[in-house]
Design a protein around this ligand. Structure first.
Ligand SMILES: [Zn+2]
Length: 225
């Protein structure tokens, strides 16, 4: 049995369900996934978890590169940012949570390792995107979130994090959560910031790591790493 450590959530980014199924099943597409969940909540198992699927591409998490071999991929039917990004229906999320709970138990996955495609490939991918309910997943014990209050956080929005060394500190803290960098360049900080905001500060995605992001990041590390 391969060593499954991570559960990766995606959206299909295709115009409709059938084209997503066709693409994921087509051996020439070089993309596959273990599960696909339709907007009506139907769960398809396309690849057995014991086998590798090709869903993450060039990727890294927790210091491990190319994480297909260590992960299970779950695709959610959604047109995505290119074709009209949609809200995720309740029934789709409900059935996703049921599936995550089952996989978490079976493979002893930690909540901190239930993540999105954009977390493992921040320079290339933005799925499942800023409409995905990470806070609800955390509440259901299949994922992580911060426990800071919105009304307090708001005050720090857009404010500059002072000091040059802070950027090294930010990336070090990010690595404690699992984000993995080839180097601490400005570019990588900006990619990370967008992925981080899509997940933990969904109403403002700018790629600028402000004080609000800094507080959230420190809170997450304190709670979960
Ligand atoms: Zn994806």
């Amino acid at each position: 049995m391969r060593n499954i450590k991570f559960l990766i959530i995606h959206y299909t980014g295709m115009k409709n369900f059938q084209s997503a199924v066709d693409r994921l099943k087509d051996p020439n597409s070089e993309v596959s996934s273990h599960y696909l969940i339709s907007r009506s909540g139907r769960v398809l198992e396309l690849v057995k978890p014991r086998d590798i699927a090709w869903h993450a591409g060039v990727s890294a998490w927790r210091g491990i590169k190319n994480i297909n071999k260590n992960s299970v991929g779950i695709e959610l039917e959604n047109k995505g940012h290119d074709f009209g990004y949609q809200k995720f229906p309740k029934v789709q999320i409900r059935n996703l949570i049921i599936l995550l709970k089952k996989l978490k138990k079976k493979f002893k996955i930690k909540n901190i390792n239930i993540i999105g495609h954009s977390d493992v490939t921040p320079s290339r991918k933005i799925d499942p995107g800023e409409k995905f309910p990470w806070k609800l997943l955390s509440f259901k014990d299949v994922g992580i979130f911060h426990n800071l209050e919105e009304k307090i956080l708001k005050y720090y929005r857009g404010k500059k994090v002072i000091g040059k060394s802070r950027y090294t500190e930010i990336m070090n803290l990010a690595q404690k959560l699992g984000y993995t960098f080839t180097n601490f360049s400005k570019k990588n900080l900006s990619y990370f910031t967008k992925a981080f905001q899509r997940r933990f500060r969904q109403n403002l995605i700018k790629g600028y790591f402000d004080q609000e992001c800094y507080l959230i990041l420190r809170n997450l590390v304190k709670l979960h790493s």
